[in-house]
Design a binder for this molecule. Structure first.
Ligand SMILES: Cc1cc2nc3c(=O)[nH]c(=O)nc-3n(C[C@H](O)[C@H](O)[C@H](O)COP(=O)(O)OP(=O)(O)OC[C@H]3O[C@@H](n4cnc5c(N)ncnc54)[C@H](O)[C@@H]3O)c2cc1C
Length: 443
């Protein structure tokens, strides 16, 4: 049966980084330990290729802890040891040039996620680490001080140390089917409730949503629980036929998703959740009122339905005036209260949260294996020695902007280094019979 010192389960961002770090560590320490990545899909790194719309927002230089959610205090040791600067240096040492864009977001200079993946794979190959694809791990059992890994096709493998890097449940079409939770549960771990995050939100205003489908604009989005402000974001809003999407809605979607599951947000109960959109955040009420009164004076015969055109995308301007004014009339017929109401609607356009889209449309998983069940420095399981956990499988997620990959790289480096340092080199083989070569990784 095939043996390896380190088996990494999952060839995504954290698993590839863990394998690379382990392989580098064994080289640095002149210890001939083998590192093998077991990947369920036909190719490794499929999700990585999809990140940042194919551009891979690989970290965020601001590195604010407040941008992470879940077991943040327990993750501080790893995030502090491998901050964004260390991640950028690490990629530079692999030959990847990076550039910082808005709000601290870092991308490969090539603008292609494929550059990140191919460098990781090339370095793994150069260090002699192997990737076995189409090897979905279905069970991990104890074998002496090490492990026996079973694939769902009936293959088996022995390993001294195992690094679990299977991710959570988000974007199952890219390989994360939640199997890591079952594997970690069998090793004695628990799992917090999981819900989709960075996900579009489904709203109650069906007719309005259908009318606005496809419209995009910038604005300030506030999320209110029973009228109380829970969070606020400024940025792009996308209207869809079922509700709202876009970066700033994504940032607030974690709270909407938690609420859809448990009627709580950050542990507090709310009976209703609402988005309030300020579609003209750069102008005061008085400035806008002055402009509308001027419009009434200069264009008295123009259609009242076009009152906000010039301020907002046409479909959005028309929808708001239609909802407020009920029927079309020349602008000169509008009362001061009609103008006031239209303006108020544009500064406080409200949508009721019903739920969020499902795992297929979510970018990340909120929730996972608690970090209290692993060593905060090495990420070794405290329930099962020799097992390490990293990446999105753990109860840590973040805001949009490179925070998830930051965690994947940092936790992969920590787990890979610790697993390699703890591994004993194999005893020299008694016979000179050559070991069977595995089939090459599909790259
Ligand atoms: C569309 C999209 C865009 C994103 N963009 C960004 C971005 O720009 N910046 C950012 O920071 N984050 C982004 N994210 C989030 C980020 O990609 C993930 O948080 C990160 O990839 C998690 O790394 P991971 O190693 O834990 O999991 P993954 O990268 O998902 O890797 C897990 C791997 O394990 C394999 N696997 C699962 N189960 C098994 C098993 N039983 N046996 C063997 N293999 C298994 C899977 O096939 C997969 O290859 C995005 C996510 C999505 C879906």
């Amino acid at each position: 049966m095939r043996r390896t010192e380190i088996a990494v389960v999952g060839g995504g961002a954290s698993g590839l980084m863990a394998a690379l770090t382990a392989a580098e560590e064994q080289k640095r320490q002149h210890r001939p330990i083998s590192v093998l990545v077991l990947e369920a899909a036909q190719k490794p790194g499929r999700k990585l290729l999809a990140t940042g719309n194919g551009r891979c927002n690989l970290t965020n230089m601001r590195g604010e802890l407040s941008r992470f959610h879940g077991d943040v205090p327990a993750a501080e040791a790893v995030l502090g040891k491998y901050p964004p600067q260390a991640v950028v240096r690490r990629f530079l040492s692999l030959g990847l040039l990076c550039r910082e864009e808005d709000e601290g977001r870092v991308y490969p200079n090539s603008g292609q996620a494929a550059s990140v993946l191919s460098l990781l794979l090339e370095h793994l190959q150069a260090l002699g680490a192997e990737i076995l694809c189409e090897w979905p791990v279905s069970q991990i059992s104890r074998e002496g001080a090490g492990f026996r890994l079973h694939s769902s096709q009936g293959d088996e493998m022995l390993a001294q140390r195992v690094i679990l890097a299977t991710s959570g449940k988000a974007a199952p079409q890219l390989g994360s089917n939640g199997s890591g939770y079952a594997l970690s549960k069998a090793a004695g771990h628990s799992c917090t409730p999981c819900f989709p995050a960075l996900v579009p939100v489904i709203c109650g205003e069906n007719k309005r949503c259908k009318a606005l489908h496809g419209v995009r604009c910038r604005g300030r989005v506030s999320l209110l629980g029973d009228g109380k402000l829970l969070g606020e974001e400024l940025g792009e809003i996308q209207f869809t036929d079922y509700g709202l999407s876009g970066v700033c809605v994504f940032q607030l979607s974690r709270m909407a998703s938690e609420w859809a599951q448990s009627k709580t947000v950050n542990g507090k109960c709310f009976t209703s959740l609402q988005f309030s959109l300020d579609l003209l955040p750069n102008y005061t009420h008085e400035e806008l009122l002055g402009m509308l009164q001027r419009r009434k004076r200069l264009l008295p015969k123009s259609d009242s339905m076009a009152l906000l055109s010039g301020f907002l995308p046409v479909a959005l301007a028309r929808q708001i005036t239609k909802e407020v004014l009920e029927k079309a009339a020349p602008v000169e017929m509008l009362s001061p209260s009609d103008i006031e109401k239209t303006l108020l609607a544009a500064k406080n356009y409200t949508f009721t949260v019903k739920t969020t889209q499902d795992w297929n449309r979510a970018q990340v998983t909120a929730g996972g294996v608690p970090l209290s069940e692993i060593c905060p420095q090495t990420l070794e399981s405290s329930r099962c020695s020799g097992l390490y956990l990293c990446g999105e499988l753990l109860n840590l997620d973040g805001d949009c902007g490179g925070y998830h990959l930051q965690w994947a790289w940092a936790s992969g480096m920590a787990a890979g280094k610790a697993a390699a340092s703890a591994c004993k080199p194999p005893k020299p083989a008694k016979s000179s019979k050559p070991r069977r070569k595995p089939h090459a990784a599909n790259r």
